[in-house]
Design a protein around this ligand. Structure first.
Ligand code: G6P
Length: 748
């Protein structure tokens, strides 16, 4: 009803206004027509009376008889009801006859004046049409006939016309309004339903639901618009924000309304290791930990991880928790204990002998054992239970990290359906053919698709994931909205290139660059003219350590002038050492270093200095600062944070980064010397170029990379995911509080 009034009232008002606007125009027009008619009529009357009048005037008659004749002629005329008055002006311009009704102010025209058209004479009682037509017979001028018509009939007709026009327009208006109301009422319902569903996010969330045919294209356009606006807003917001720890806290407080955060990873940020009767705290060598620790320091919350340190149990409370970082506690570390067999099956076996080589193209064959798979499943379930136990609310934000927990998102989703689960895959995602060799590929994909958001470092890895799901699952893959629906809530798949904190924690307490340089060179016993290169990695076959050594060796072969003038320090943190492949790599790396050193040894300068040991962050940063170049030659790497850390420590804007094209970081740092680690000649040339690069060029490249890292730091990485999580939660809230779109849609 309200809708009808909303249409009818304005329509009727508009048409009324039109009618009243049109009426005077019609009035004016009809008046002109009537005046023209009266002009014609007076001419006809004049010509009709001309003959009898001429006879009455020209005949030789007595004045009385003449007067009688004139009255007889005019007497007949005035019987016409429209004729109001009549007068006859003789040739001298004087009234020879006039009816009593002729108004006094109408006079004869003086002789000789040209004739005029009829005119409208208005007086108190109304309007009259006055015409003075000349009379002549056989060329003889007899005077003028003044004919006055009553125009009141015109006014009556004009009033009638006005009335009809208003009636007509009102009638038309009513009919149009009625038709409009019927159409509007029908489409309004459909529109409202469509809009409500759009606002609820129902359409964005689920393309597969039924919707009215006529709303489909509009909905799609709106969805695209919303997506563009969101992307634009995100881009704009991101570029306008300064990404510091406080930014994350603000997002948590304002966008996520203080919702609780839980992180799950296999590797813990701090492990406790017994050294005699002392317990030492260690920061493990893990890009994942490097990136997430500052995020957790900023966000608080709980980090759930495998307690792998041999003294880990000694320092936790009854709930297996402790507050970290040790120097200024700001979040909780919840440790999960694994038995030896479990660890061997889940971590060494399925994760590191199966998934790790499966996802890295490093020519190491993945090994899949059913027993390992069982452990992997069981451990994932254990962590899911821990997440449920640790969450204080039914809808926490859970950040699931890496390939150790592919099954975890779905397991959490089953237990906490309201949770926002962000899974991040820190390693590359291979193409469908490569991934397809895994016997449990379907379960792994379904597990990951329990996430609300799934992140990779590069778009290339996202695309590989889309292709893999397309190939192996019955799922709806939408590459336009970057979503995959596989039963239940859709999963958004996005690229979030991970980074480092800026500035690096602990950098401010390090000595200045020249001092670091002096210290390190002294430690290594390097002569002043020896140039220093550095590599820092876990001892892993994906890192291309052997390829790096081969490049140094090749340079010394082709340019012997460098013998005794270059030393390459390789810091290799022991890693996954219970796995055969890693043990064999350890042996091969040591052998290669030995061989090269024996070939090109010079007094006070070993070509390769290999340190297979754990270095804490502070020591690693010192070496970065002391180096002339840093060599990152990964055969395949999700991102590689060593490359970014090296750049971050070089406040002096010196030093050269040689970076593998197969590391995700190469996409963000093109100012590095980008190499193919399989191409030994090219890598050797890159080392030579690094050693000879002028300081200005080093500065220009460093400055550009530092500017990028400052802006695209780890707070931005986490912040983008949290902003997306906030958006995702809002949508879900809306879709839960509104009616389902399908029930409100129009009929067939
Ligand atoms: C890679 C993985 C991390 C892992 C790290 C160290 O960066 O993506 O998940 O923590 O290697 O490996 P580790 O097996 O020692 O944890």
């Amino acid at each position: 009803m309200r809708l009808s009034l909303r249409f009818i009232i304005p329509l009727v008002l508009a048409l009324g206004a039109i009618a009243y606007g049109v009426a005077p125009l019609v009035d004016d027009l009809t008046l002109k027509w009537f005046v023209r008619d009266l002009d014609i009529r007076t001419k006809l009357i004049t010509s009709a009376v001309q003959e009898p009048l001429a006879a009455a005037i020209t005949d030789d008659l007595s004045p009385r008889i003449r007067q009688q004749r004139l009255e007889a002629v005019f007497g007949r005329l005035v019987q016409d009801e429209r004729l109001f008055a009549i007068g006859y002006c003789d040739a001298a311009g004087k009234f020879a006859y006039r009816t009593v009704t002729l108004p006094r102010d109408i006079a004869c025209r003086p002789p000789g004046q040209p004739a005029e058209e009829g005119r409208v004479h208005t007086f108190a009682g109304g309007s009259l049409h006055v015409a003075a037509n000349p009379l002549s017979v056989e060329g003889m001028r007899l005077g003028e006939l003044v004919i006055v018509h009553d125009m009141s009939f015109i006014e009556r007709r004009s009033a009638d016309t006005k009335k009809y026009i208003v009636y007509l327009f009102t009638g038309i208006g009513a009919v149009i309004a009625l038709i409009t109301v019927v159409i509007a009422e029908l489409s309004w319902r459909g529109w409202m339903a469509g809009m409500k569903a759009l606002i609820r996010g129902q359409l964005l969330a689920d393309f597969s639901g039924p919707r009215s045919r006529e709303l489909g294209p509009i909905a799609r356009d709106l969805e695209a618009l919303v997506r563009d606006l969101e992307a634009e807003r995100r881009m704009r917001d991101e570029s306008q924000m300064s990404w510091v720890p406080e930014t994350l806290r603000t997002i948590l407080r304002e966008d996520l309304k203080g919702d609780e955060i839980l992180i799950v990873s296999n590797r813990e940020p701090y492990s406790h290791v017994r050294q005699g009767d002392r317990i030492e705290v260690q920061r493990p060598a893990s890009g994942l930990v490097t990136a997430l620790e500052p995020v957790m320091r900023a966000c608080s919350g709980t980090w759930i991880a495998h307690g792998a340190g041999n003294a880990d149990r000694e320092v936790v409370d009854a709930g297996d928790r402790l507050r970290v970082p040790p120097e200024s506690p700001s979040y909780t570390l919840r440790r999960v204990w694994l038995g030896k067999e479990e660890e061997a099956g889940y971590y060494d076996g399925f994760a590191n002998e199966g998934l790790w080589p499966l996802c890295h193209i490093a020519h190491t064959r993945p090994v899949f054992r059913a027993g390992d798979w069982e452990h992997y499943r069981a451990v994932n379930r254990r962590f899911a239970e821990t997440v449920v136990a640790e969450s204080r609310t039914p809808n926490p934000i859970v950040l699931v990290q890496d390939y150790h927990f592919a099954l975890l998102p779905r397991m959490i989703r089953e237990r906490l359906p309201e949770a926002t689960i962000i899974a991040f895959w820190h390693i590359p995602w291979p193409n469908p053919e490569a991934f397809g060799v895994c016997p449990w590929r379907k379960e792994l994909l379904e597990g990951l698709l329990g996430s609300s958001i799934l992140g990779f470092h590069t778009q290339f890895h996202c695309n590989n994931f889309f292709d893999t799901v397309d190939r192996y699952l019955e799922a709806r893959v939408d590459r336009e909205t970057f979503t995959i629906s596989c039963g239940g809530e859709p999963t958004e798949v996005h690229r979030y290139p991970i980074s480092i904190e800026w500035p690096l924690q602990g950098l401010d307490t390090l000595p200045p660059v020249p001092e670091c340089r002096r210290q390190v060179r002294e430690e290594l016993g390097l002569a002043p003219d020896v140039r220093l290169g550095v590599g820092v990695d876990r001892l892993d076959y994906t890192k291309g350590i052997l390829e790096r050594f081969a490049a140094i060796e090749r340079l010394l072969e082709i340019e012997p002038r460098w013998i005794g003038h270059i030393s390459f320090l390789q810091i290799a943190a022991p890693s996954r050492s219970s796995i055969d492949e890693y043990q064999s790599l350890d042996a091969r790396v040591r052998a290669a270093a030995q061989r090269i050193n024996s070939r090109f040894a010079a007094p006070g300068c070993q070509p390769i200095v290999l340190k297979v040991e754990h270095h804490d962050a502070e020591r690693v940063y010192r070496h970065y600062r002391a180096a002339d170049f840093c060599f990152v030659s990964s055969l395949h790497d999700g991102m590689n944070l060593v490359a970014k850390e090296f750049v971050a420590t070089r406040e002096d804007e010196r030093g050269v980064l040689i970076l593998s094209q197969f590391a995700g970081a190469a996409r963000e740092l093109p100012e590095a010397l980008i190499v193919n680690p399989y191409d030994t000649e090219q890598c050797a040339a890159a080392v030579r170029d690094a050693l000879t690069m002028p300081p200005e060029e080093q500065r220009a490249r460093m400055r550009s990379m530092r500017a990028l890292l400052q802006e695209f730091n780890v707070y931005r990485w986490a912040g983008r995911m949290l902003l997306d999580a906030a958006r995702n939660r809002n949508r879900r809230r809306l879709s839960r509080t509104s009616r389902p779109f399908a029930s409100a849609a129009l009929g067939p």
